[in-house]
Design a protein around this ligand. Structure first.
Ligand SMILES: Cc1ncc(COP(=O)(O)O)c(C=O)c1O
Length: 399
């Protein structure tokens, strides 16, 4: 397939990054997880404004660790219900199911694409859920005041999937700093890239060593001396045996120093990437004022947008027209996870009015920090003036 003229993604790793990487590699450095991973984690934690950031090999691994750490900490048990957004990414919800908890899907808000607060309250009240996983879809923050109030009222532990929302803020706080745990993706095309990669963040000092251990086979090698010794003493393990003693049922989700090298360089530029994405979001919002439906961010929020969403009465036709014009598009992420084959087979289909509409009509067009104002204008007019599937209309006509 020919490279699209206006692609969804333009690589944030540039020639200078690659030259620097090549120079570094010539010094024969350690490539697996080593000192640069520690440096990257410290720098990311500083940028994000959290206490602990743990670098992993993907955003999906970060989500799996975030749920599993609650199980290992005894806060969640297999069979417990966890509320999760129907409109999200498959690996926002899949870890709940993989770890044998029960995902309870919450409908999407019609405009923010985040959680529908009325449905969320109903689920919190009626399901006995222990935790809430949310997703800031395409970078649009959820209304956190209301969500935190519901978490307090119904005793829900909050995990924030920020894989599409690095740098977005709600009332001055960066997303990812509201929940007990939050996750980020550094896959190519996300706000910053380490090729593949992700981060789990927390301010909770009991979760931090658990995440470290789960990330690396369940051993205690990466833990601080006191925690290491405490585990050895608890299980009566001698120092030699300790090298291959596995205290938790772990994974191997480690990042590498190669990724961390790139991550450190990306962090130097990330504020610029975030500014660019916010600017383009506003540009699209102005251009799509003539659309039947537009996304809306909650009051007091800043959108570090991953892509720009729209609802088309015939998205197949519109995607084809945009494709013919060289503009790359995608469905609006998973649509409803409640309609995805794996979820339907394992848990049964879930009917949710807003999520279903997004599943059928939702799509997104490119936002990347290098997108020009002319490109935004061109994409918008293609979407508004398409002979079939046009998104033009009045707000009333979108009902
Ligand atoms: C909301 C969300 N969560 C999780 C992920 C998974 O991240 P990764 O691709 O790094 O596994 C993605 C990936 O696009 C995502 O969009």
């Amino acid at each position: 397939m020919a490279t699209p003229r206006i692609p969804l993604v333009r690589d944030t790793i540039d020639q200078q990054d690659l030259d620097a990487l090549a120079d570094w590699l010539r010094g024969n450095p350690r490539l697996t997880k080593g000192p640069l991973c520690d440096d990257f984690e410290a720098a990311f934690a500083k940028w994000q404004g959290c206490h602990h950031a743990l670098y992993v090999n993907s955003g999906s691994s970060a989500n799996l660790l975030a749920v599993d750490v609650l199980i290992c900490a005894g806060k969640l048990a297999p069979g417990d219900r966890v509320i999760a957004p129907a409109v999200s990414w498959t690996t926002t919800v899949a870890p709940i199911s993989q770890l044998r908890c029960v995902p309870v899907l919450c409908d999407a808000d019609e405009f923010t694409l985040g959680l529908d607060l009325v449905h969320l309250e109903h689920l919190a009240k009626t399901t006995g859920a222990k935790a809430l996983m949310l997703c800031h879809v395409l970078g649009i923050p959820n209304p956190m005041d209301e969500i935190l109030a519901l978490c307090r009222e119904y005793d829900l532990i909050l995990i924030e999937d920020c894989c599409e929302a690095l740098g977005s803020t709600y009332k001055g706080t960066t997303v990812g700093n509201f929940g007990s745990l939050s996750t980020f993706s550094f896959y190519f095309g996300h706000h910053m890239s380490t090729v593949e990669g992700g981060m789990v963040c927390t301010n909770d000092k009991t979760y931090e060593p658990l995440i470290r251990s789960l990330r690396s086979h369940g051993w205690n090698r990466d833990l601080d001396e006191d925690t290491k010794l405490a585990l050895r003493a608890k299980h009566d393990v001698d120092p030699f045996t300790d090298q291959y003693t596995f205290y938790y049922p772990g994974y191997n989700f480690r990042g590498t120093d190669v990724g961390a090298f790139l991550g450190l360089r990306q962090l130097e530029k990330v504020s610029g990437f975030v500014e660019g994405r916010e600017r383009i979001w506003h540009d699209y919002q102005a251009r799509f004022a003539a659309a039947a439906w537009q996304p809306a961010a909650p009051e007091g929020s800043m959108v570090s947008a991953f892509a720009y969403p729209m609802l088309s009465p015939d998205r197949t036709a519109l995607a084809a027209a945009l494709g013919a014009a060289g503009v790359e598009t995608r469905p609006l992420i998973c649509g409803s996870v409640g309609r995805q084959p794996w979820f339907v087979e394992r848990h049964g289909a879930v009917a949710l009015p807003h999520a279903d509409r997004i599943h059928t009509n939702g799509m997104y067009v490119p936002i990347n920090p290098d997108l020009t104002a002319d490109e935004v204008a061109e994409v918008a007019s293609l979407c508004l003036d398409a002979p079939k599937g046009s998104v033009r209309g009045t707000a009333e006509s979108s009902a």
